[in-house]
Design a protein around this ligand. Structure first.
Ligand code: SF4
Ligand code: SF4
Length: 262
């Protein structure tokens, strides 16, 4: 009989607590859009932030709410866009695949050094010292690998003093673009293989003194480009990829090999 009373009290407390939890779960319930887990499963899970969100979870929520388009994940490519298109019931928009491209090919033998750099092995640190780093060309790749370390996909190697992109591995997340203190990396259409491998806006005479393969702004390329895809501004050639037919005339004509067929 003595044990019955505590058992009744405990049972009563259990029932009250259970009812309380039940009511709380209804009152404070956070509605989860059923599309969110479906979208999350369709994403590659790289969590690279290339979509502009903190990771795949955040991007999945943003897609489900209509805040962002279904083609912002650079890693997933066409397959992911099609999967998200089915889940969201919207038309799949496939944009042209892009890759990162380093606008410099001034390797150790071609680009002069103005001094021996023995500081911290980081491009940002080196770029902040007077002269903008050890390269004679203040626009050139410093080759200290800040972009290589920023790339979550191992798509960049420092070879012979410059950054080189492995286009097979590059997902065009753009982390390297942000990381490079020299603004030397851009995203370009992967199919467009004729590229200006220089970013120097120095006058031709100064370019020649610091690098064998820099653009000297001579405009020879513009003269042979039949579709008019090349313009020279600030002593540097620029290619309009929408006009370039990849005929290669500019590659042949460029006296310094600043334009290359990748
Ligand atoms: S591309 Fe930019 S970040 Fe990468 S090694 Fe060259 S200077 Fe450094
Ligand atoms: S090379 Fe650049 S854009 Fe390509 S995956 Fe690496 S960090 Fe991203």
């Amino acid at each position: 009989m003595e044990i019955l009373f505590p058992i009744l009290i405990l049972s009563g407390l259990g029932i009250v607590a259970g009812l309380g939890l039940g009511i709380a779960s209804k009152v404070f319930a956070v509605e989860v859009d059923p599309k969110v887990p479906l979208i999350r499963d369709a994403l590659p899970g790289a969590n690279c932030g290339g979509c502009g969100y903190a990771g795949c979870d955040a991007y999945a929520k943003a897609v489900a709410s209509g805040e962002v388009s279904i083609d912002a994940c650079p890693v997933g490519g066409t397959q992911t866009i099609e999967a998200l298109s089915g889940i969201m019931g919207v038309e799949a928009e496939t944009k042209e695949k892009e890759v990162a491209f380093v606008m410099c090919h001034g390797t150790c033998d071609k680009a002069k050094e103005q001094y021996v750099y023995e500081g911290i092995h980081d491009c940002l640190e080196a770029a902040n010292i007077p002269g903008g780093g050890s390269k004679s060309c203040r626009y050139g790749c410093l080759g200290l690998g800040t972009c290589e370390r920023a790339c979550p996909f191992g798509a960049i190697d420092i070879i012979d003093g410059i950054a080189v992109i492995n286009e097979e591995k590059c997902t065009s997340c753009g982390k390297c673009v942000v990381a490079c203190p020299k603004a030397l990396i851009e995203l370009v259409p992967v199919k467009k293989k004729v590229r200006v491998m220089c970013h120097s806006e120095d006058k031709g005479k100064d370019v020649k003194q610091s690098c064998e393969v820099g653009c000297i702004g001579c405009r020879m390329c513009t003269k042979v480009c039949e579709p008019g895809a090349i313009t020279v501004t600030n002593n540097l050639a620029h290619i309009d990829y929408s006009k370039c037919t990849q005929c290669g005339n500019c590659v042949e004509k460029c006296p310094t090999n600043a334009i290359e067929f990748i």
